[in-house]
Design a protein around this ligand. Structure first.
Ligand code: SF4
Ligand code: SF4
Length: 417
């Protein structure tokens, strides 16, 4: 995304230095016009956006999410009970069950190397599950200063590899109502921790740029592992100090991570239903630690410019191969104004291609690298509706409305000669 004002600014500077005729009134006018255009694009003109209620009224049942439904063994008691209680979902789920499946041979983009790498990461994350619910607390609680401890946890998590970390009070709607995976399937979620620490880790751009092919699922799995390892380590640390803590990581969540991360001030939830961070947009994975250790919470600063950009952009909806992302405005769902994707259509596509797709994530203009150029554009997006409109056009111009997948890096194909 290279906006015209930056280009014009650079060009005018170059001309000023190299072409003598530009040392005249003409060049002064040219420069004035350039700076005028730049100012007009960056001024917060008519940037008054009204926040809407985005707090859900009730909790989500984890048994309803696609990963839980995918784990139901055909003809098992759990399977029969679930579809007896949810007959509307049976026909929809029959569709994905007819496909080869996520990371399964026979799927369109199945690749033994990237799939095996992803399986290795998921299996390693699963090895952490035994550590999540254990509560071997130290006999005495170490006294801590909430502000200093919060500061320490944020800096430490970054040292461990987190891109951003925030703290919120744990709200009822952050928690799933019922456990949907593992041995405790069907049990109510009963966590009474007062605080939640949310952290994000970056998904590497060159691998995501290959979406929806194998490298994407490999990178997703890797970052589930990386975020999970940080959360597990932090929860273990807190328990050593004598306070209750639980990490919420891939395959064993008791909280809805994007909601916790949003309320911890790490971003907004955009059109594709994912957390959109100010630094990397949706190109992140999230893990959470809940605890009764007293911490200082972060203020949620609502960035309505992101929601406004999503209203205009619709790029993820355009690129989505399964048409799972809506072109419409936000709707009230469970009391909250939001976008909701068609998760059955999305998951059926995953089971067809064998990867977790992520084309929407790759195409999102907020997913560009976290560097000076793109950060100055992000600043413009935040400040001015005019700039948002302009930057969107530029993004389409430079990257395409439906950007093609990057070639597979050689190192990712061990069978290549
Ligand atoms: S692609 Fe556009 S509409 Fe979709 S989430 Fe990103 S900014 Fe929002
Ligand atoms: S992951 Fe793929 S199928 Fe799912 S919503 Fe995104 S683009 Fe659509």
């Amino acid at each position: 995304m290279l906006p015209l004002p930056y280009f014009a600014l650079g060009l005018s500077g170059l001309l000023w230095q190299t072409v003598p005729v530009f040392h005249t009134a003409v060049s002064a006018i040219f420069l004035l016009l350039t700076y005028g255009a730049l100012l007009a694009l960056l001024l917060p003109f008519s940037n008054r956006l009204v926040p809407e209620n985005d707090t859900p009224l009730s909790r989500i049942d984890e048994r309803d999410i696609m990963f839980s439904r995918n784990l139901l063994q055909v003809d098992s008691q759990r399977f029969e009970t679930y579809y007896k209680d949810n007959p509307d979902k049976k026909q929809l789920d029959d569709k994905f069950r007819k496909r080869p499946g996520l990371m399964q041979e026979g799927a369109l983009y199945y690749d033994p190397f990237t799939t095996s790498a992803a399986e290795a990461s998921f299996k390693t994350v699963a090895a952490f599950h035994a550590m999540l619910d254990e509560e071997n607390l130290a006999e005495r609680q170490v006294k801590t200063d909430p502000a200093k401890m919060s500061h320490f946890l944020k800096l430490w998590s970054k040292k461990l590899g987190a891109m951003s970390t925030g703290i919120t009070e744990l709200k009822k709607y952050h928690l799933y109502s019922t456990i949907g995976r593992g041995e405790r399937y069907g049990e109510p979620v009963a966590i009474d921790h007062a605080f939640a620490i949310a952290l994000t880790v970056e998904m590497e751009k060159p691998l995501l740029d290959r979406a929806p092919h194998g490298p994407t699922v490999m990178e997703s799995a890797q970052q589930y592992l990386n975020s999970g390892a940080i959360a597990v380590q932090m929860a273990e640390f807190i328990r050593h100090l004598g306070y209750s803590a639980r990490a919420h990581i891939d395959g064993s969540y008791r909280v809805v991570c994007p909601l916790v991360a949003r309320d911890a001030g790490l971003g907004e939830i955009g059109r594709m239903g994912l957390l959109m961070t100010p630094e990397l947009g949706p190109r992140v994975r999230i893990a959470v630690v809940t605890t009764d250790l007293t911490l200082v919470t972060d203020e949620r600063t609502r960035d309505l410019s992101m929601i406004d950009f999503c209203r205009r952009c619709q790029k993820c909806a355009d690129v989505c191969p399964s048409k799972a992302i809506s072109f419409d405005g936000q709707k009230e769902i469970n009391g909250a104004m939001r976008w909701q994707i068609n998760s059955e259509a999305c998951f059926t596509y995953w089971c067809t291609i064998g990867t977790d797709c992520a084309y929407c994530m790759r195409a999102c203009p907020y997913s560009h690298p976290n560097n000076l150029l793109h950060n100055s554009i992000r600043l413009g997006l935040k400040r001015s509706p005019l700039f948002r409109e302009f930057a969107l056009k530029m993004d389409d111009f430079f990257y395409g409305r439906k950007p093609p997948a990057a070639p597979i890096p050689n190192w990712l194909n061990p069978s290549a000669q």
